[in-house]
Design a protein around this ligand. Structure first.
Ligand code: URA
Length: 194
């Protein structure tokens, strides 16, 4: 887990900066900044949309119902949370879990760019439509059509997968989500990362 005393100086400095961030209106409504956590030498980095209520309360990403499913899916392909790095596009909870606004994404972008640079993963796995379209900036991207298919992104591999919350809300997405993780597993095996 990240936090004072863990991680490289650079990552701790970045986290300290984020924890005091007031660059957008979400700083007024958040309980805590949810910076991200996991292995700083992770080969796989997961990027979700934004913290929800439980994450806002605990200050950790993906610890609510969707997070429990993510943890189980990781376990299913032989990974622990501590093997990977997990963060979100925006680090503060949008009130009522609304979509993050463009100015909030812009205000948070430097943190994510710096996290990607520090971790330097081999594979980025975006969770859900929002993270995929925001981060990967793929023309004509459609999550229902393009999930589970790896793409080249800035010299590394990215694989957009369905959001675990989608499968919790609609059971018909559970099987495709499991399939996405099977694709991720195959990708990691092909790259000798698993
Ligand atoms: N959904 C997300 O996109 N991120 C979290 O941290 C939790 C739920």
């Amino acid at each position: 887990m990240s936090g004072p005393g863990s991680g490289s100086t650079d990552m701790r400095d970045l986290e300290a900066l984020a924890l005091g961030c007031a660059q957008c209106g979400l700083s007024k409504t958040r309980t805590q900044v949810v910076f991200g956590e996991g292995a700083e030498n992770a080969r796989v980095m997961f990027v979700g949309e934004a913290p929800g209520q439980e994450e806002d309360a605990q200050g950790r990403p993906f610890v609510g119902a969707a997070g429990k499913l993510l943890t189980a899916l990781l376990g299913g392909i032989g990974l622990k949370r501590s093997d990977v790095y997990i963060t979100n596009i925006v680090k503060c909870r949008p009130p009522g879990n609304r979509d993050p606004q463009p100015e909030e994404i812009r205000a948070c972008n430097d943190y994510l760019v710096a996290q990607v640079a520090l971790i330097s993963p081999a594979v980025i796995c975006t969770l859900g439509r929002y993270a995929a379209i925001t981060l990967l900036d793929l023309p004509d991207f459609k999550i229902t059509r393009d999930h589970g298919r790896a793409v080249r992104w800035k010299g590394l591999l990215a694989i957009p997968v369905l959001h675990p919350a989608a499968a919790l809300h609609q059971a018909r997405f559970m099987e495709p989500l499991r399939h996405d993780f099977a694709q991720l597993e195959q990708l990691l095996k092909n790259k000798n990362l698993l």
